[in-house]
Ligand binder design. Structure first.
Ligand code: 5GP
Ligand code: ZN
Length: 134
């Protein structure tokens, strides 16, 4: 029993040092504890198909670092966020939707519809989009 507590504490400690939230589903995808259809990966960013697509192309682009909402962004994340937009531009070209167009959506907190509290950019394309959004 004591040994089990030691193991759990060690796991929490290692996770906190890596900026990972153990209960976060997207951190689990980053750590390959849950599978996802990955379309792009580098040392800072992961992009994968949304499990419940709202358009022919619905890809989630996330920082590997755990940031719960847009409100938690800091000055040190500026390059990371710029990098994410360049990844989405690359995806648009690779998927052949750059000229037709694509939409990027980020929901922040409940009223905007955020359900997963690890910042993610919805990359949506492949159909006409409406405005204003719902
Ligand atoms: P939000 O509502 O927070 O802006 O978006 C969360 C998105 O994550 C939703 O579009 C939802 O379908 C997607 N999602 C939730 N759980 C999973 C999962 O386990 N795997 C994948 N690929 N997408 C997920
Ligand atoms: Zn996370």
């Amino acid at each position: 029993m004591l040994l089990d507590y030691a193991k759990i504490n060690l796991k929490i400690d290692v996770s906190l040092k890596r900026g990972v939230k153990m209960s976060c589903i997207f951190c689990q995808i980053v750590n390959k504890e849950i599978s996802a259809k990955v379309v792009y990966e580098d040392d800072k960013v992961l992009a994968f198909h949304d499990i419940n697509p709202q358009a022919p192309y619905h890809i989630l682009v996330i920082p590997k670092k755990h940031i719960s909402t847009l409100l938690e962004l800091t000055e040190e994340d500026k390059d990371l966020i710029g990098h994410i937009f360049l990844v989405m531009k690359k995806l648009a070209h690779e998927l052949g939707v750059a000229e037709r167009g694509y939409r990027v959506v980020v929901n922040c907190n409940e009223e905007a519809g955020q359900t997963v509290f690890h910042v993610h950019f919805h990359f949506l394309a492949g159909r006409g989009m409406h405005w204003p959004p719902g």
